[in-house]
Write a protein that binds this ligand. Structure first.
Ligand code: ZN
Length: 349
């Protein structure tokens, strides 16, 4: 309720607009001495009708962002209050491992943990149950029954090892939490990174490092298998999107300058971005494409040369992965050993 009036479909007699008109009339009917306070909530403040926000109407705004690390810890405590929880459960660790989770996500995680403990006939819910729930939610359910050929497994192992090694070798990227070649959700394998702290802005170096990590899987395929698989499709799409945003939205390309290219149009009743309005010339479009290609290409080359330099580690990483199927951050660092850049130990900022 309260969407911007006169936006496309329906016209002035649209039921939504009538409701809003009536609401505005009622609100103006209150006297200032009646002591009536009207409180309302929305997750789409961007589409509200300006008349609602005029002084005297909804003129105070309280922003409720996603909880931060301390907030999540407290939310864990609240939801786990009624559960028999074992002593080894550390909410601070769980909270650090779930950046960006909402209160509902945390509630879901706690429930999944309790279900797992019940399934195993445990008397108390312990840390392993919560870790299991976290992996299930963040990475999808394990699909151990899926039949995968040995060749496919080997390809996946090298692909994931490529992501992992690049993430460990480029300082400033998010640390690796786990890498697995057990199919989860729709993926054959997964490399999971977790940020140390929540970021509100992203420096361009961090973004370029991320692109290199995304392309690390494909680079490993090219180096070791001398061939490409379709498994990298999603990585490539994400890397390309990131590079395009760097050029078109965040003004991070030296050649294109600090400009924003392309206006987004939102269809207000669909609430989705559905077209990008081109506000630049054909010539500029060509230059943008060139810049995007150059960002992606230079990070692909960077990933490839890093893997080439540490090819022995790449082999041992994927060998371990094939044997154990899952490696955690300590096991990964033990394999990489002294080749690990020192600066990586320092959390960013
Ligand atoms: Zn990948």
């Amino acid at each position: 309720m309260g969407r911007h009036r006169g936006a496309g479909l329906g016209g002035g007699h649209d039921e939504r607009e009538q409701t809003l008109n009536q609401l505005l009339v009622e609100m103006d009917g209150f006297e200032s001495n009646e002591g009536v306070i009207l409180v309302s909530a929305t997750n789409r403040p961007d589409v509200l009708d300006p008349a609602l926000l005029r002084p005297g109407r909804f003129d105070r705004q309280v922003v409720v962002p996603l909880p931060d690390v301390k907030g999540r810890e407290k939310i864990f405590e609240v939801h786990a209050r009624k559960l028999p929880v074992a002593d080894d459960v550390d909410y601070a660790v769980l909270s650090r491992g779930t950046p960006g989770a909402s209160g509902a996500d945390i509630e879901n995680l706690v429930n999944e943990g309790a279900l797992n403990a019940a399934r195993l006939n445990k008397e108390k819910v312990n840390m392993a149950d919560f870790e299991f729930a976290k992996d299930k939610i963040l990475m999808g359910t394990e699909r151990r029954s899926m039949v995968i050929s040995d060749l496919e497994k080997r390809n996946t192992a090298y692909h994931e090892a490529g992501h992992t090694l690049i993430a460990r070798m480029i300082p400033g990227t998010d640390p690796i939490h786990k890498v697995t070649i057990i199919p989860r959700g729709r993926a054959l394998g997964l490399t999971q990174q977790l940020p140390i702290d929540e970021k509100h802005t992203y420096p361009s170096k961090y973004l370029e490092g991320n692109i290199a990590v995304l392309l690390g899987g494909r680079a490993a395929e090219e180096l070791v298998l001398n061939d490409f698989t379709t498994g990298a499709g999603n990585d490539i799409e994400r890397a390309t999107n990131l590079a395009r945003k760097m050029v078109c939205e965040w003004g991070m390309s030296e050649k294109m300058g600090p400009l924003s290219y392309g206006k987004k149009e939102e269809q207000i009743f669909l609430g989705r971005e559905f077209a990008t309005h081109k506000d630049y010339s054909e010539d500029t479009a060509r230059k943008i494409d060139e810049e995007v290609v150059s960002i992606v290409q230079r990070n692909y080359d960077r990933a490839k040369s890093l893997l080439q330099k540490h090819i022995d580690i790449l082999h041992s990483l994927s060998k371990e992965l094939l044997e154990k199927e899952v490696l955690n951050s300590n096991e990964i660092d033990a394999i990489i050993g002294s080749a690990l850049p020192e600066s990586h130990a320092v959390p960013n900022e």
